[in-house]
Design a protein around this ligand. Sequence first.
Ligand code: SF4
Length: 334
Amino acid sequence: MADKLSNIIQKRTEESKKTYTFKEDHNPRLPADYWFQTSPEGPVLFLVFFTQACRWAKCLGCNLPSRVSLTHIGFKDIMKQTNFVFMNLLSKRQKVKLGKIILSNNGSVLDEETLSTTALLYFISQMNIHCPHIKVLTIESRAEYVDLAELETIHRAIKEGDTPTDLEIAIGFEAFDECIRNEHFKKGLTLDVVENLADMISRYQFRLKTYFMLKPVPGLSEEDAIDDIKEGIHYLDSIAEKYNIKINMHLNPTFAANGTPLAEAFKAGTFTPPLLTSVKEAIRASRGTRISVFAGLNDEGLAVPGGSFIRPGDEALIDLLEEFNRTQDYSLLE
Ligand code: SF4
C-alpha cells in the first residue's frame, strides 16, 4: 500500500528520469541480497536488507533502489531477515570465522524512516551472539542520517560483543569535484557535511569509508576521471590527519546502470565505462598516504548489456586488483 514516503520516492525517481521499477514481488522476510568478500579483517559478509528504497533517489547513475521496495517494510519483517542470516544462511563455521559485516539496504541503514532502529539493534544483538570475531561492522548511510545519539547507542551495543569491534560508517561521496558531484551526479553532499561526520565519528574513534566512482558522469576523459580520484585521495588524507581517523576509499568503476540516464548516455555513445587500468592508476596515488583503497569490482548484475567496466581480457587485471584488495601490497600495481 502506498504511504507518504513512497509517494515522495516515486516522484523523485520520475523527476530524476529513472525508468526502473521497484521489487514488490520479493519476500519481505528475506534480505534483498548478500555475498561474501575477503578483507584484511578476514571473511566479510555483505548484507543488503530488503527495506523501503532510498528516499534521496536522485543520483544520476544509481539504480540500487530497483532492488528493494517502494513501500514501507516493518521492523518485524526486517528482524526475520536477520533470523534468516543467522539461522539459515551462515554455517556455524562461517559465523565463527567472519571478521567483518557490511550492512546495506541499497540506501541509508541509518535512515530510521526506511530501516527501523529496533531492527538494526536486533541485528547487532544477533551478531554479538553468533559471531564472536567481528572486528569491523560497516554501516552504509547517507551522511545526513548519522547523528550522535545513534552513534552512542551503536557504540554501546557493539562493545558488548566478545571481540572489540570497530564501527565503520560508509557514505557515498562519488566524486571529489563539487560540480561533478552535485550538479551533474546530483549527490547532494557538501564537504561541510563530510567534515561534520568526520568530527562525530572521531569522538568514538570509528572509521570512515567513502564510496567514490571512477568516471561517474558522461563527458569525462580517463585522465580527468583519474585526476578527480587523486584529488579525492588528497582531500581524505587531510581529513584523516585533521580528525585522526582511519579512512578507506572504496573505488567503484562506474557502469551503465539499467534504467538510469547514464544507461541512456551509454546507448547514445556519450558515456563509456572506465578502463580497469585507470582503476589501477588511480589507486597508486594513495601510496604513502593515510588512506587505504579497496577496488569495487562487482557491478551486482545492475549494468545494461555491454555497459560494465569489465571487458574481455580483463581477467588478469581483476585477479591483481583482488589480490591488492586482500593484501594492500602496492608493489602489485607497479
Ligand atoms: S547513490 Fe545512494 S543516495 Fe544516491 S540514489 Fe542511490 S542509494 Fe540513494
